[in-house]
Design a binder for this molecule. Structure first.
Ligand code: SF4
Length: 613
């Protein structure tokens, strides 16, 4: 920080990365009259950082606060109840509610009220206090932002251009007087692309169509109907070909439909959508209704598509998601291919930035994606004791597409059951997809399992996942449970399983992304900047990262004693292992599975004797 450099900190779980970065950076910011902005990926991580800061504040006085998204903090029941999945529609509606003075929690004169210091760093208390005082929690926190020395918030406040603009404006400090700490930084290259991209779903189009129909906007209604029908038709073709998306030019895609609906050009269509959307919002507000407008949302998206049509940093896609009942959910997407330029601008405007992670598998790849020209790095290579971890790779198993068979699923099921019977308390097995999970689940169910079986299901809501995890953790005290989940899902990332909450973690298969148009485009783009590293950067590193993240879920302290099993021969490949952190790489023992081989090794390691009672 003294040299105003960017710093990448890479260390395995349990080392105490957060406090090691938080303490010196807080001190440096206070001593130099700067602001420390700490960004996390999830709310759970944000709360952990707040806990750590409260401990530091017992020794060093400073002002701290946090900021969540408007949608997370909104207390206006009517808007919350609208179940607004599209956050942009939510934000527009909130802005209109404030403009028309329709939200009872928003005060024109500002929500700068006296709030107890404690509430300012405890989200649950803050929301309750604000409800009682009839003020918007988001607005209260927003007014605190400028006063804090240390602020903890979420990634969109730095990765989303629009949100960042307003956020830095509220800080009332020049960005060059801010220090950024970005936790779980390996997620940033992926998340920045999401934040710079946009999409509209068939559901949004249908809602826009209903609005147009009700208001008598005939041409717009006709256009949206034709577009929705075309997307369903083309989406079915994509599904029949076994794909998930196809590259299009959205302007060329919608041009004939706009002309059939009577529009001379796309500019007039977008203008109508935005104008009618605005008109509808005003009409609803004047009637005291929620000023939501999907027409405006669609207009803003198509305007973005028009602007990016000839820009090679963006790709236009028609994507399909497979619905639960076999239906096709299509959406149009404008996808950003490289976030390096945006990140370079952001990072060069601040005093200094620190990236913290346990899974930066290639410094070269990461720094290029972050647009960092120079940086210093700090790597804590292997903090664990030798006897603390057992890492096995089972070589005669694979979930590679051409290896998938009934016999293979049965073999994987047998190994999981054997491991469950030979590990104390809880064990987790994570799969590359729900399809592989359900095929193995069918096999696992045929064996007698000494532990309770808990399964992560496709489409589970956040509160359901939370309840499932609580149940799983609680079961560790009552004989233990086997949890089956997917890699990259809500359980395998962002949840910690310390101690007995998960003694053995099984990584089933190598979680490479399915070949897709998007991946091909990213590869071509990566080739331009990364040369020979492009192939690994596109296909190998992201999958290895998911696998290492999953393995790391169970290892949370330097005192834990844990076993990690990689069930796929591909983990023996030099090309994959080259990217593994040292703490895993140097312990990997490759074995060919034979009956009881896994049981023997695990029982030896844990010194585990089954409870005969
Ligand atoms: S101003 Fe009102 S609608 Fe907007 S976030 Fe606050 S409580 Fe919700």
């Amino acid at each position: 920080m003294q040299q105003r450099m960017s710093c990448i900190v890479e260390a395995a779980n349990g080392v105490g990365k957060t406090v090691s970065v938080l303490l010196p950076s807080t001190l440096f910011a206070i001593e130099n009259g700067m602001k420390l902005l700490y960004f996390t990926r999830t709310k759970a991580q944000l709360f952990e950082v707040l806990d750590e800061l409260r401990r530091i504040r017992k020794k060093i006085p400073f002002k701290m606060s946090f900021l969540l998204g408007r949608r997370d903090l909104c207390v206006y029941k009517e808007l919350k109840a609208a179940d607004e999945a599209d956050y942009k529609v939510f934000h527009d509606a909130c802005r209109e509610l404030r403009k028309w003075n329709l939200c009872p929690f928003y005060k024109d004169e500002g929500c700068n009220i006296a709030i107890d210091e404690k509430a300012l760093c405890r989200p649950v208390i803050l929301v309750e206090v604000c409800k009682t005082k009839r003020v918007c929690p988001y607005e209260v926190l927003r007014s605190e932002v400028a006063k804090s020395d240390v602020l903890v918030t979420l990634f969109p406040y730095v990765l989303n251009p629009l949100i960042r603009k307003y956020f830095f404006r509220n800080l009332t400090v020049d960005p060059s007087r801010t220090i950024l700490v970005l936790d779980e930084a390996h997620n940033i290259p992926r998340l920045v692309l999401e934040n710079l991209s946009d999409s509209v779903s068939l559901r949004t189009l249908e809602r826009g169509m209903t609005e147009a129909g009700r208001m008598g906007y005939k041409s717009v209604e006709a256009f949206l109907r034709k577009l929705a029908e075309k997307m369903v038709r083309d989406g079915k073709v994509v599904v029949e070909r076994g794909g998930e998306e196809v590259v299009i030019d959205i302007c060329k895609y919608i041009e004939p439909l706009a002309s059939e609906a009577g529009y001379k050009d796309l500019g007039s269509l977008v203008e109508d959508l935005l104008l009618f959307g605005e008109e509808l919002r005003n009409y609803k507000a004047s009637k005291g209704q929620l000023p939501l407008s999907y027409l405006h949302r669609i207009g803003a998206f198509l305007h973005f598509a028009l602007r990016t049509s000839k820009n090679r940093d963006y790709a236009h896609l028609l994507c399909v998601d497979y619905g639960e009942e076999g239906g096709v959910k299509a959406r149009l997407e404008v996808f950003m291919l490289s976030g390096a330029g945006y990140l370079r601008n952001v990072l060069s405007s601040v005093y200094s930035s620190i990236f913290v992670s346990g899974t930066i598998l290639s410094m070269e790849h990461f720094s290029t994606q972050m647009g960092l020209a120079s940086y210093v790095s700090c790597e804590v290579e292997d903090p664990y004791r030798k006897e603390q971890l057992l890492v096995l790779t089972i070589t005669n198993v694979s979930t590679k597409f051409d290896s998938r068979s009934d016999e293979m699923y049965d073999l994987i099921g047998r190994i999981i059951v054997e491991a469950a019977s030979s590990s104390p308390a809880n064990i987790g097995a994570f799969f590359p997809s729900y399809d592989v999970l359900s095929s193995v689940l069918e096999k696992v169910s045929r064996y007698s399992l000494p532990k309770e079986l808990i399964v992560e299901e496709r489409g589970q809501k956040s509160h359901e996942v939370k309840e499932m995890i609580q149940k799983f953790k609680a079961t560790s005290e009552r004989g233990g449970a086997l949890l089956l989940g997917v890699m990259g899902g809500k359980v395998s990332e962002g949840v910690n399983f310390a101690g007995n909450a998960m003694n053995t973690v099984i990584v089933v298969g190598f979680p490479a992304d399915r070949p897709s148009e998007r991946l091909k485009l990213l590869y071509e783009r990566n080739k331009e900047v990364l040369g020979e590293l492009a192939k690994d950067a596109t296909y190998v590193i992201p999958a290895a990262q998911k696998a290492v993240q999953t393995a790391g879920r169970a290892i949370r302290s330097l005192l834990d004693r844990k076993a990690v099993l990689f069930l796929d021969g591909r983990y023996c490949s030099k090309d994959v292992v080259a990217y593994f952190p040292k703490w895993l790489k140097r312990r990997m023992i490759a074995i060919r599975y034979a009956e009881n081989s896994v049981a023997r090794l695990l029982k030896d390691f844990f010194g585990y004797v089954e409870d005969s009672s």
